[in-house]
Design a protein around this ligand. Sequence first.
Ligand SMILES: [Zn+2]
Length: 460
Amino acid sequence: MTEKTILTLADRAAVLVAKLAASSIRKLGLGLGSNLPGRLALKVSPNVLGHLSGQTTRGVIAITGTNGKSTTSGILSSILRTAGFTFAHNRQGANLVTGITASLIESADWNANIAADLCLFEIDEAALPLVAQQVIIGSVVVTNLFRDQLDRFGELDTTARLINKGIGINQSLAILNADDPNVCQLAPEVSHLFFGLESVAAGVAAEGNMELAYCGKCGKEISYNRVFYGQMGHWYCQGCDFKRPDPAIYATDVEVSATASRFKLFIDGKAEECTLPLPGLFNVYNALAAAAAAFHLGATREAIRAGLKAYSTLFGRSERLTIEGKSVIVQLIKNPAGATQALASCIRDPKARLLIAINDNLADGRDISWLWDADFEQLTALTDTSITVSGQRAEDMAVRLKYAGINADHIFTVPKLAQAVTQALSTLGADETLWLMPTYTNLLDLQKILKSMGVSMSGT
Ligand SMILES: [Zn+2]
């Protein structure tokens, strides 16, 4: 339990100003307005974020890492709701200081009071120290750290240093992925709670496409007894004593289908049979991260099991839709590791058809060279399946697929997304599923296109 913070007059004024700004932005239809109210509030009272979050009785938990922040936060929300906790959560994914401030103010009443047990903040890796300077963060969950952000010489790069700094400021408990050697190098001086995978059913772990990792102590390449995907696995260093720690919260017997995962979840030495309505090993890791956090916050094993099962998908993350009676799955892709895992789920579906939409706007990332690092080669398993490519970089995507070994006759290039969606749906068989994989701005377009067809995605 943390001591309640006393609000100042400036905090109350800041909340008032931000709420008025947010409501004006909404009335004028200027978009979500997720940052401006926060910026104004911080001008009026620079400590408002710390003071508001300090009102919660169980404090603040932060979730950061390269991939899976939003899904992990979403799964944790589901568990916390099931467990009967009240909490404030920046659920629109505004994960910088101003966005977090704005979303917390939305949870406050006009008098700046927050009636919640805790704050759940999804925080961008680079913003973690900035938030930690203002807010007492009790625990920090790190989902994973992929190589595009780490150098190859064993020395932690900027992202890892920022996370270390963010954890160090409040000496937060570090809730870490034991299977990711990049994550295990973080914050050696604080207390840890580790989560990981012990065993998976035959054929579940991704073959090939392994990512190299380097020892943070001696710089040697990390070795593996077992690889699950990317640099995740049962690892050790041949050059020194650095090795995978035994996780306190872990899963065994993981089975994944095209739309769900099942596993035994061990917490405190006791097992729960769990079902997660999400496919992919990466989502089992997200579930483990959320389960570890929930356990630390005081949720029971039963609430964790029920919360996992009750999880409903976030906007664009393995979201299942029925459009004109046809089955569609939408999976946002944005970097090699995430795309590789999304494709691995897709090829498990023998009735899969695929539409990949790639844009290179600022929000997607201007550099699309990541397409060459994602494992599109695995799509050769889907023989005779047509693949539609769309978006501003449809041509580049088509070239990538040809190099991956996909028969050029099976690749259809339709740059306009609305047209691509209509065509793909009209040729989709009744028993088939269209797997739609858009980058971020394509996902926003898709939301509008589907709305015009009378279909709402979540978060809309
Ligand atoms: Zn070593």
